[in-house]
Design a protein around this ligand. Structure first.
Ligand code: ZN
Length: 502
């Protein structure tokens, strides 16, 4: 087999895997956006079967032979940059997945796709004991996977590497420690400040239909391509990139809260802009995606917080928002800006302000470490969860729905994912500092609603690359240095000392 033949067959296999992924992604989207409850079980089975097929291809002997042939030095040296990276990434996945028996993987996929629906019900009834057996099984499978993959460093490191390649518990202890040291005193100073923003200006009833229209308007302003995507509703907002021409996001409209859907939409919109602006040359390959969960999250956070909760943004858009809700939001842009940036310890992660949000992540990070390296049992989760909320945020859940059951992640087996959110905040602040340096007119552009140069800057330096570069490579190339938490703490200090007049 010549190198060219091997490459053609390899590319064919990748295209097949990518096609399975696309249809599986579509099925998940359907299950989360209103598929009939009675259809969930059969659909989960179908997803399980397709996932198993895709998995079989990825770990097939044929894949092994093709990878070995393509990694021969002479052949490898003649590959394009894209093909080399595709071979490297596929080989890493191959070696990892080859250790998991396909049958075990299928069982796991069926379990997690059913567990999501059961989690939703358990959350609605605030019934942790009802969800616990599923959670225990998922933890059990995860532990079996860790054993099969092999442990490097800690057991939790093995999980982290799936979402943020190269990230370790040691590094996170350092990064998160630095955040905590700066943010706890800042939050305390804010609590003491007499200059409190006025929350009441956000009160009122906001028709979901008008909220939806404004969400669509803001997405257009951001540069979301509606011919290559759509906006729907789901209990837990998410974004899913099915392919170059189909990137879907969801939000949820609360009648008594205009901010929830608004910032949820901008957040998921940021994820979508990333997926919609990947280099078309990567289409049909497994590099057509974000490079890591942390970098992906940096983009949703960049748009949601750094742009979407900025003063210039609301100087420009507050009038448009008011026009969607006649008789409400009876205030000015500055008062509104301060109200949407209220810092206050709270129970629900997805409703948290951008400062204390980081502490919600530290709590989950510490609990997950304990689950996999500290001998914590699922049965003890509510107790430790509530204790940590008391300790770090000074608040305590009244029930498990607003406590340990609030997040979807564990029902899908996504242990090691949560740190990505705080990493995203750190990356976002570091990218923003680089953007301000490269483009001094940045805030003037935001203040006049010219967001396209902002999108172009990000697309050119980050989005375009998809998974062609690692998180570390992208951060260094774009900002000139490695990930440094000080960009985030400086940004938060500046912003909140101004708002709270400290
Ligand atoms: Zn996100």
């Amino acid at each position: 087999m010549t190198g060219e033949e091997a490459l053609a067959r390899f590319r064919g296999l990748i295209r097949k895997i990518k096609s399975y992924e696309e249809v599986i992604g579509l099925a998940y989207w359907d299950m989360r956006t209103g598929a009939p409850r009675k259809g969930i079980e059969a659909r989960s089975e179908a997803v399980g079967v397709l996932s198993e097929e895709s998995f079989r291809l990825a770990v097939s002997d044929e894949m092994g032979e093709l990878l070995a042939r393509l990694r021969e030095p002479e052949t490898y040296g003649n590959l394009s940059r894209i093909d080399r990276r595709l071979v490297d990434e596929t080989a890493k996945e191959y070696e990892r997945n080859r250790r998991i028996p396909p049958e075990l993987y299928r069982e796991y996929v069926v379990l997690t796709s059913q567990a999501e629906a059961f989690w939703e019900e358990a959350k609605a009834r605030s019934d942790f004991p009802g969800f616990r057996p599923y959670l225990e099984k998922i933890i059990d499978y995860t532990n079996r996977f860790i054993d099969l993959w092999g442990v490097k460093g800690t057991r939790y490191d093995t999980l982290l590497d799936q979402y943020e390649p190269g990230m370790t518990t040691d590094e996170l202890d350092r990064l998160f420690g630095s955040l905590r040291d700066k943010l706890v005193p800042l939050a305390a100073a804010i609590a003491e400040s007499p200059a409190k923003p006025d929350r009441s200006v956000l009160g009122g009833t906001f028709e979901p239909e008008a909220q939806r229209r404004f969400s669509l308007f803001i997405l257009k302003e951001m540069g979301f391509d509606f011919e290559a995507g759509r906006l729907d509703e789901s209990v837990h907002p998410f974004a899913t990139g099915l392919g170059p021409g189909d990137v879907r996001i969801t939000t949820r409209y609360l009648e008594d809260d205009v901010a929830s859907a608004l910032f949820g939409t901008i957040h998921e919109g940021g994820h979508a802009l990333y997926e919609q602006n990947i280099d078309p040359e990567l289409a049909g390959t497994t590099l057509y995606t974000g490079t890591s969960m942390g970098i992906h999250e940096s983009q949703s956070r960049f748009w949601e917080n750094i742009i979407g909760r900025s003063r210039p943004f609301w100087r420009r858009y507050f009038g448009d928002l008011k026009a969607h809700f006649p008789g409400r939001l009876d205030t000015d842009a500055e008062t509104f800006y301060r109200a949407i940036n209220i810092v206050e310890p709270s129970l629900i992660r997805i409703e948290a302000d951008e400062l204390t949000y980081n502490l919600h992540i530290v709590i989950r990070y510490e609990i997950e470490k304990m689950l996999f390296d500290g001998g914590l049992r699922a049965a003890d989760l509510p107790e430790i969860w509530n204790a940590k909320y008391r300790e770090y945020l000074g608040v305590e859940p009244k029930n498990d729905a607003e406590g340990v059951l609030q997040d979807v992640h564990w029902s899908g087996g996504a242990f090691g994912y949560f740190p990505s959110y705080a990493l995203g905040n750190m990356y976002a602040a570091q990218f923003a500092a680089a953007m301000e340096r490269d483009m001094p007119e940045m805030w003037e552009l935001v203040g006049t609603g010219r967001l396209h140069p902002i999108l172009d800057w990000l697309a050119e330096r980050i989005y375009r690359y998809g998974k062609l570069e690692t998180p570390g490579e992208i951060v260094r190339r774009v900002t000139g240095g490695p990930l440094d938490p000080q960009h985030l703490t400086d940004y938060l200090e500046r912003k909140y000392r101004d708002i709270y007049r400290l």
